[in-house]
Design a protein around this ligand. Structure first.
Ligand code: SF4
Length: 402
């Protein structure tokens, strides 16, 4: 009797892959991401660099798994999400995107339900580009709209106008991709509550399946961070920003967009897959400049300089800027932070047991204060934050760590 040869089952080491495209037509004065001014002649070198990084990382993982088994891979068996972020992924041409996509697909066995999400700027949206994306398998878009008001967009240093955003949204509505997100911003200098409300209402008139709502953050090393007037505006309007956020969370929920994280709202089943996987503590790999990865309780981040990134790859070394193995207390803080940023909250008893931690009087008093102030509440064993509490989620996490 012949025994059938058993083929080894193919696994993906991670369920989520992030691809960072750093190019932007110009750099917005508030931006703190790993970005650089776009130069088309750099695209090919960069894409080939990323291609190399993907290939080598996949081979390295395979080797680790087979030789010393020190890498204890967990999580699902197939890749469920590929996310193109930036920067501006839509600065690339369709064949360039396809090359990266096909290499990720070659290296990591994919689920049939794979979500391929792609960030776009409104000025790059046109019917041909959208059908090109759909043809290569992109099935979710994320549009960096921010506002419908040209004056607000100018203040932000954005390249598109309100008119271009409307045209982009109409083109997306007519395209084959029906799962899409619109980014909206609040807390922009000189943006009134009424202006922001008008933005939210106009966004809803396009029936988005997802909205990401971001408060403008002022980072020290950016032109906004160096601008005293802007910093003053920011510190004097915190109350107004809270009002904008609380109004929007209610308005979006009324329109059927359920909040599933501090900044993210979606209709049922259209939550961003990458978001869900990462926030549930799953492992992920990031490729490209400044991209972060998390595997076997180790986090690493790539170098942000494009030249150094490419040089390291050319010399056959990893373009890694930092690598840290998360200690138990860091894992506990991260798990608490991720859970508190989601409406389902955190099962405190399980969390304490898992990380061998015990809350003291100080943490219990803080929770009571948060509940009394309408920022938190108990749902059985779960501690949840209200919309008012979510605004302070990161600070609350720090204070709740024993
Ligand atoms: S377009 Fe987006 S990523 Fe690029 S500079 Fe502006 S904010 Fe940053």
């Amino acid at each position: 009797m012949k025994l059938a040869h058993k083929k080894p089952k193919k696994n993906s080491p991670v369920p989520a892959v992030y691809l960072h495209i750093p190019f932007c037509r110009h750099i917005c004065p508030f931006c703190s991401f790993a970005v650089r001014r776009d130069r088309v002649e750099l695209h090919e070198k960069y894409i080939l660099g990323m291609f190399d990084e993907i290939t080598r990382r996949a081979a390295w993982l395979e080797e680790k798994k087979q030789i010393n088994r020190e890498l204890k891979l967990s999580g699902p068996k197939l890749l469920e999400s590929i996310y193109f972020g930036g920067g501006t992924p839509s600065s690339l041409k369709i064949p360039e995107i396809e090359l990266l996509l096909s290499q990720v697909r070659n290296c990591f066995p994919c689920s049939d339900q794979l979500e391929i999400s792609f960030e776009m700027n409104p000025e790059d949206v046109n019917p041909d580009y959208l059908s090109g994306l759909a043809e290569i398998g992109v099935n979710r878009l994320s549009l960096g709209g921010q506002s419908f008001q040209t004056s607000t967009l100018k203040k932000l240093g954005r390249f598109h106008s309100g008119l271009e955003l409307r045209q982009a949204l109409r083109a997306i509505a007519d395209s084959a991709i029906d799962n899409w997100n619109l980014d909206l911003m609040f807390g922009i200098p000189e943006q009134s509550i009424l202006m922001f409300r008008t933005d939210v209402e106009e966004a809803l008139s396009y029936y988005p399946s997802h909205i990401s709502l971001y408060g403008l953050e002022i980072h020290e090393k950016t032109p906004f961070g160096q601008n005293e007037q802007i910093r003053k505006w920011d510190s004097e309007h915190q109350q107004q920003f809270e009002e904008m956020y609380l109004w929007a969370t209610e308005r979006l929920e009324k329109a059927g967009l359920i909040q599933y994280e501090v900044s993210n709202f979606s209709i049922k089943t259209k939550e961003g897959r990458n978001n869900l996987l990462v926030w549930s503590g799953n492992e992920y790999l990031g490729f490209g400049v400044g991209a972060h990865s998390y595997l076997s309780q180790t986090r690493w981040g790539n170098k942000c300089s494009l030249n150094t990134y490419l040089k390291d790859l050319e010399h056959n070394s990893w373009p890694v800027d930092f690598e840290e193995h998360l200690q138990v207390n860091e894992q506990a803080a991260e798990s608490l932070m991720l859970a508190l940023r989601q409406p389902k909250g955190v099962n405190i008893e399980q969390w304490q047991k898992r990380f061998c931690l015990q809350w003291k009087k100080q943490q219990l008093d803080l929770v009571n204060e948060l509940c009394a102030a309408g920022r938190a509440f108990w749902k059985g064993q779960y501690l949840c934050l209200t919309a008012k509490g979510m605004l302070l989620a990161d600070r609350i996490t720090v204070e709740l760590m024993p």
